[in-house]
Design a protein around this ligand. Sequence first.
Ligand SMILES: Nc1ncnc2c1ncn2[C@@H]1O[C@H](COP(=O)(O)OP(=O)(O)OP(=O)(O)O)[C@@H](O)[C@H]1O
Ligand code: SF4
Ligand SMILES: [Mg+2]
Length: 346
Amino acid sequence: MAEPVLEVGGLVKHYPLTQGVLFRKQVGAVRAVDGVDFTLLKGETLGIVGESGCGKSTLARLLVQLERPTQGTIRYRGEDITGLSGRALKAVRRDIQMVFQDPYTSLNPRMTVGDIVGEPYEIHPEAAPKGDRRRRVRELLEVVGLNPEHVNRYPHQFSGGQRQRIGIARGLALRPGIIVADEPVSALDVSVQAQVINLMERLQDEFDLSYVFIAHDLSVVRHISDRVGVMYLGKIVEIGTETEIYDHPTHPYTQALLSAVPVPDPEAREHRDRIILSGDVPSPTDIPSGCRFRTRCWKARERCALEVPPLAVPEEFRTATGPAAHDSACHFAEERRVVPPEQSAG
Ligand SMILES: Nc1ncnc2c1ncn2[C@@H]1O[C@H](COP(=O)(O)OP(=O)(O)OP(=O)(O)O)[C@@H](O)[C@H]1O
Ligand code: SF4
Ligand SMILES: [Mg+2]
């Protein structure tokens, strides 16, 4: 069994909601991340999926230490890193890098590609001696499939897919152990998405990386992930291996999300179990009591408003073995295959 590299426990990020101009007073909180637990193993890819606004990017920023959590802990290789500052924090930041969503806005248009990819060495000069940086940058460009001769070009001289390769090269510069990728291919054309994902898979083996791969597109996440966590309103509601989540989902929200994935084959589409959710996602400032999904759940009963369902193997599956016995935060979890088997792969 691989060792855990990241252990996240009870992670919370609340943003204060204030009113008034002169006398700002706090009237509530945006509960962007509201109690997240998971473990990331060495060499694995954990996919995180969920609708817009469910807290994916906030979680990403917490993991790479760009923001401090309101509560909870993040352990990196066994050490609690949530309270670190100064040098110790800098060292951890070097090991956990982020790749951003939009390759059009995340690269400084006035910097050359060489300066962008080499920028991490300015922040962490100990990572590479000054005389060696140019060579390393060219090597990194080559590793991500770009021409090292283009080191003096500017971002606008590259396509979207190539820009994301530049972002990945920068993410690799300090030789991190973990990369948190926040929607790294969402802004790209489908054909280019596959190329960038293939590149990320190759780099994972080559550099022994662990990934947290965030996306709203379930098919993209399935392709690259070993395990997948499904987020709703700041919490993971179901988590398991790729097969457990896609072929044996037990949480109603996961089932609804999966049922909305486009199925290209018309015949398979007819056999698909389509679930249409009623209502909108509640505001993260006003999260429903008990199960936070209950205002949109077709199975909700009284107990759902009173008791928060824990993220654990549900009672009815506790003695079972097999793919349905995985963590799912639902009082009435049931297996329901939504996507036809031949369609769910890849
Ligand atoms: N700095 C902030 N201050 C206040 N609220 C914030 C802040 N950052 C995020 N939020 C709120 O927290 C919630 C979660 O936002 P987040 O960006 O993490 O969602 P997301 O899942 O990444 O969404 P998307 O799929 O659209 O990228 C949203 O309601 C958002 O408005
Ligand atoms: S706990 Fe209740 S409301 Fe929540 S997902 Fe399960 S059945 Fe639906
Ligand atoms: Mg986001």
